[in-house]
Design a protein around this ligand. Structure first.
Ligand SMILES: C[S@@+](CC[C@H](N)C(=O)[O-])C[C@H]1O[C@@H](n2cnc3c(N)ncnc32)[C@H](O)[C@@H]1O
Length: 176
């Protein structure tokens, strides 16, 4: 597992999650890589007496199968934009996602497709977080642009952003 996320950013998000949605029972992450964030959602969501579904999507398994060690974790390996992947996610989540973490393809078209495909699976009152959206680089402004377009379009009931110099930054929204 790689752990290089900003701990302050993660703490901000976890605190919000606890306050806004409580313990998530269905988590969907787009862009797993080596589970740096997925294991955090798993630790929060899953316990022996409170089973949760923690579902990850990635092009390939970057974890060498390590994800199988985590009870309740399920993976979909394929292009997140492929309708077959979207359909698998719909079936696994039953459209009841409490927390959606978008951290896959950071191009404008990519993050836009991820939002269009997976936001409908988030339940009313559920939360979505867009990772890597504030730092100036060749791709992150696309995530920022998409996030604020959705804010302006009224997609979210509540929104927050978190940014630290040199870190990815995150945009968070709650569904009406
Ligand atoms: C920034 S990494 C994810 C990091 C991870 N969430 C963490 O914090 O440790 C992005 C991941 O998204 C995956 N990815 C990029 N485009 C994708 C796509 N279209 N479909 C599925 N996965 C994709 C890459 O394979 C990569 O593993």
């Amino acid at each position: 597992m790689q752990r290089f996320q900003d701990p302050n950013e993660t703490a901000f998000l976890i605190e919000l999650m606890a306050r806004e949605i409580g313990r998530p029972e269905v988590v969907l992450e787009v862009g797993v890589e080596k589970m740096g964030t997925l294991v955090i959602w798993h630790a929060i969501a899953h316990g022996d007496y409170w089973p949760a579904k923690v579902i990850g999507i990635d092009m390939v398994d970057h974890t060498a199968g390590l994800w199988r060690q985590f009870p309740g974790m399920q993976m979909i390996f394929g292009d997140a934009h492929d309708p077959a992947t979207v359909e698998q996610a719909r079936q696994l989540t039953e459209g009841k996602v409490d927390f959606l973490f978008i951290d896959g393809d950071h191009t404008y078209e990519g993050v836009s497709a991820d939002f269009d495909n997976y936001w409908p699976m988030v339940r009313p009152g559920g939360m979505a977080a867009f990772h890597d959206f504030l730092q100036p680089s060749d791709f992150r402004p696309a995530v920022q642009r998409l996030f604020f377009e959705k804010v302006a379009a009224g997609a979210f009931r509540k929104v927050w952003t978190y940014a630290e110099i040199g870190r990815g930054g995150i945009g968070i929204g709650v569904k009406s």
